[in-house]
Design a protein around this ligand. Structure first.
Ligand code: NDP
Length: 261
């Protein structure tokens, strides 16, 4: 939370749109999260972003969930509506999709995609990738239990979704490989094997800046032709939250082009 880039992103959007905004940080704990949200709202707060480890709890404090938050089972955005109720949304997957399709120009229809990770970010991604007409969506995760829970949640709803074992992958290569793990924070990369990659493969790390590097370097060494970090996703998910709160979509191009710095 203390490292969040959200305040500067939202203040940049607010300046661009001419909207007065105060966006700060609230340190919370599992024991106080619900009370912290209630206090924020009682003090006139309009909207909140929720970060790890509260994204699942955030759905429990809401009166209503967006479809994508319900599908993901977690929320990163809360809106205090004028009738007093709290609405929870998940803008992570939408931010990812916008970055992939609009900013990077990727064609997802018919694509073979490998998603690594089964946490909230991966679930948010699946909730949005589900509607794009992928040819295959293979999901790998370090812990089998968490992967199984994710697959069970989507059972019967997304036929192209299947479990992948990174150690056994032989090809054909994927069009897109998304690292939705936090391995990079520990300086590690998921062990994607060479058979999963060709020069046509786009490698996308949800992390950005230095923590994205272990995965992106690994992918470059294996010959992936296109490498991107998750800065664009971060800016785009913030823009989706901004849209929900202020009913205006800010332009993201300038912030994205400046990079995470
Ligand atoms: P979670 O804690 O919910 O999940 C973490 C995931 O990473 C799990 O699948 C976990 O596997 C896996 N993992 C952690 N360490 C390792 C490792 N050393 N090797 C392999 N797998 C590992 O986090 P989130 O899903 O919410 O977020 C994942 C990452 O995505 C975060 O680092 C976050 O910063 C980033 N993110 C970026 C966003 C953006 O806008 N750019 C938006 C949201 C998230 P296991 O189940 O085995 O523990």
């Amino acid at each position: 939370m203390a490292h969040s880039r959200s305040p500067e992103i939202h203040h940049a959007f607010a300046a661009q749109c001419g909207i007065p905004l105060r966006y700060g940080r609230i340190e919370s704990s599992p024991e106080t999260f619900a009370a912290d949200v209630a206090r924020f709202i009682a003090q006139g707060g309009h909207g909140l972003n929720v970060t790890l480890p509260f994204k699942e709890t955030a759905t429990a404090v809401a009166d209503d969930l967006s479809t994508r938050a319900r599908l993901a089972g977690c929320a990163n955005t809360l809106l205090h509506r004028s009738d007093g109720s709290v609405f929870a949304d998940n803008t992570d997957g939408a931010g990812l999709l916008r970055d992939l399709e609009e900013n990077l120009g990727l064609e997802l229809r018919g694509a073979r995609v490998l998603l690594i990770g089964a946490g909230g970010a991966a679930r948010g991604a699946i909730a949005m990738l589900a509607g794009t007409g992928l040819a295959a969506l293979d999901v790998a995760n370090r812990s089998r239990e968490r992967l199984r829970t994710l697959l069970d949640a989507w059972s019967g709803r997304l036929p192209e979704l299947a479990a992948a074992d990174l150690r056994a992958l032989q090809g054909p290569p994927y069009d897109l490989i998304i690292d939705a793990t936090s391995a990079g924070l520990a300086g590690e990369s998921p062990a994607v094997p060479a058979g999963a990659i060709s020069a046509r493969t786009t490698a996308y790390a949800m992390l950005y800046g230095e923590p994205a590097m272990p995965f992106l370097v690994h992918m470059r060494q294996l010959g992936a032709g296109h490498l991107h970090d998750g800065w664009g996703m971060l800016v785009e998910q913030a823009a989706e939250s901004f849209l929900l709160w202020h009913r205006v979509r800010p332009d993201t191009a300038d912030l994205i082009s400046r990079g995470p710095g």
